[in-house]
Ligand binder design. Structure first.
Ligand code: FAD
Length: 257
């Protein structure tokens, strides 16, 4: 069996958080090892224009930004490994980390595995992601100026996204499958008091109508009481039903020792 490789700092994840940690750890002479995971560069590699990153006044393409971050981390001596962590044993010191190709011991671990937006699971949602469908108002709201939008969800993030989107949109309709919201009272009131926000309740979203060329034109909604399916016109869909932290992969790691 191959011996574990030892490192002072093991960074898991190669998104902005992982590379930022790598720059700091490497400049502190800690010779970090960074495991990239199945998505080298993280979520920004699947987007085009990033307009809110300080220092790039004309915006920068997501993959280019991540390439810059990778090069900066490497410049100070980070060892970047294309591999995937399967298991972290935090019950022993040093920690033991098993990857697909190898195994490590580490004095400290930085978990930078990001989060994944929960989606409805519709085919159209996947196909039109970035073409009228989004899961991030802060990222994409700006591209929907003067448009009529829907936000799907009933929690704090749905209320927050809806309120935020009114900065750009002419109208935002919150579509929720129940009558009551999971969101906190203050967030609901903020959305309700906004003239541009409307509510479409007791409706589940069954489909999204649109094309990559022309974007989104409508959603199909089903009434939870009557089962009736109808079309609701919209020019953009923001799915806001929460995020799942990828660190769940490492069950127990956050509460051990
Ligand atoms: C389409 C899209 C557009 C976006 N546009 C913008 C924008 O314009 N502006 C903005 O500010 N934000 C934007 N975001 C949000 C932004 O991408 C995230 O906030 C950011 O990427 C989070 O960084 P992170 O480092 O925490 O995680 P992530 O970027 O999610 O990176 C997670 C990393 O962890 C790795 N990983 C996961 N599990 C394992 C494992 N078991 N072993 C090893 N590695 C693992 C993955 O390979 C990945 O490299 C956008 C997101 C999406 C999806």
């Amino acid at each position: 069996m191959m011996a574990d490789k030892h490192t002072k700092v093991l960074i898991i994840g190669s998104g902005p958080a992982g590379y930022t940690a790598a720059v700091y750890a490497a400049r502190a002479n800690l010779n970090p090892v960074l495991i990239q995971g199945q998505m080298p560069g993280g979520q920004l590699t699947i987007t085009t224009d990033v307009e809110n990153y300080p220092g790039f006044k004309d915006g920068i393409l997501g993959p280019d930004l991540m390439e810059e971050m990778r090069a900066q981390a490497e410049r100070f001596g980070t060892e970047i490994v294309f591999d995937w962590v399967n298991k972290v044993d935090s019950g022993q010191r040093p920690f033991r980390v098993m990857t697909d190709k190898s195994s490590y011991t580490a004095d400290s671990i930085i978990l930078a595995t990001g989060a994944t937006a929960k989606m409805l699971g519709l085919d159209a949602e996947r196909e039109l992601m970035g073409f009228g469908v989004s899961a991030c108002a802060t990222c994409d709201g700006f591209f929907f100026r003067g448009k009529e939008l829907v936000v799907i969800g009933g929690g704090d993030s749905a209320m927050e996204e809806a309120t935020f989107l009114t900065k750009f949109a002419s109208k935002v309709t919150v579509v929720h499958r129940r009558e009551e919201f999971r969101a906190s009272k203050i967030m609901i009131e903020k959305a309700q008091n906004n003239d541009k926000v409307e509510f479409l309740l007791n409706k589940t979203v069954e489909d999204i109508i649109g094309t990559k060329e022309d974007g989104v034109s409508a959603i199909m909604v089903k009434d939870t009481a009557t089962g009736e399916v109808s079309q609701f016109p919209t020019q953009g869909v923001f799915v806001a039903i929460g995020h799942t932290p990828n660190s769940q992969l490492f069950e127990g790691i956050l509460d051990t020792g």
